[in-house]
Design a protein around this ligand. Structure first.
Ligand code: ATP
Length: 309
């Protein structure tokens, strides 16, 4: 999973840089390190999102090496609900996210948003509908405002101050930004203000919210934070995902226990599906993963307890 969404971040960055004539094309594709084989069908219409329901229908997928990664995967993400995807490493979680964003097309089956096959709509409209909160966002040596407005993609230049403030407020970072000497114009990064992990994460959330996407894709967004900050960020994410269809890709099950539905993926197949308590009662793969992670959490707590003594 890891750096999955870096390329996406790069995409917007590259777009801007190209407009500004700063990056050469070879460098650009090296940076993106991702497939450019997907193209729009001639005359493809824009995706028309009404309620933002997502459906995977018998999706079969292989990367170039021909190994089948998803074996006829079907699931439904009801409009406005939050669905978490969990499963062992290599199960195919990130692959699902890449397909939804249409970095690749499946070899079989269909992926639908509000009944429209995403392979038949423009990539631009598809990507405009999906906001991604990655695990580790890249911030630029630019102002806080630029770093947030950049999420609006090609419309970034036209972001109004009201929109900036709203996104920052929704991401619960507005009071912090207002406390800075130059507010939204304060420079961040190596040449400016050093942000904490939590603040960076909030800027990333604001960057995602600036385009007001009907669909949110959360990529274990809270991995590198202390538990207090993590809880704060999780409650922010919960709030912003309320009006949106949300898919969360999670490694730590404790962060997704209240999802409307949990999909347990194993070797590219749906092993289990249900709510947290149902899956625990079932005593299958999810229950096993939960027990293992609970034991790990206990182990982690031990040395701290010892150190405190
Ligand atoms: P993790 O929890 O470790 O991030 P994951 O469930 O997200 O794993 P994926 O990243 O979707 O798993 O990978 C699923 C399978 O696809 C793995 O076997 C992986 O090696 C393979 N895979 C991923 N990306 C590529 C690629 N670009 N080319 C070929 N195989 C790939």
């Amino acid at each position: 999973l890891l750096q999955l969404f870096r390329p996406l971040d790069m995409l917007g960055f590259v777009y801007r840089s190209v407009r500004q004539g700063l990056v050469d094309m070879g460098e650009m594709f090296k940076l993106m390190d991702t497939s450019v084989e997907v193209t729009d069908a001639p005359g493809a219409p824009a995706l028309a999102v009404s309620e933002a329901r997502i459906t995977f229908e018998n999706v079969v997928f292989q990367y170039d090496d021909g190994r089948t990664i998803l074996h006829g995967l079907s699931f439904d993400v009801p409009a406005g609900s939050s669905v978490a995807i969990v499963g062992p490493s290599g199960a195919g979680k990130s692959t699902i996210a890449r397909l939804l964003f249409r970095f690749y097309d499946p070899q079989g089956g269909r992926i639908l948003i509000d009944g429209q096959d995403i392979a038949g709509v423009t990539q631009e409209s598809l990507r405009a509908a999906i906001g991604i909160v990655p695990q580790d966002s890249v911030l630029f040596n630019e102002s806080v405002g630029y770093n947030i407005a950049y999420g609006a993609g090609s419309a970034g230049d036209e972001v109004t101050e009201t929109e900036l403030r709203r996104a920052a407020e929704d991401a619960a970072i507005l009071p912090f930004i207002e406390s800075l000497p130059q507010g939204f114009d304060t420079m961040v990064g190596e040449r400016g203000l050093k942000l904490s992990g939590g603040e960076k994460q909030r800027v990333a959330i604001a960057r995602t919210l600036i385009k007001d996407p009907p669909i949110l894709l959360l990529d274990e967004a809270t991995s590198a934070l202390d538990s207090r900050t993590e809880q704060d960020i999780l409650s922010t994410l919960k709030r912003v995902s309320q009006r949106r269809t949300t898919i969360a890709i999670a490694h730590r099950l404790s962060t997704i226990a209240d999802a409307d539905k949990i999909l347990v993926l194993d070797h590219g197949r749906l092993a289990e599906e249900g709510r947290h308590t149902e899956l625990l009662e079932r005593g299958g793969l999810y229950a096993e993963m939960w027990a293992r992670q609970a034991a790990e959490r206990d182990d982690e707590e031990d040395p701290r307890a010892q150190a405190a003594e």
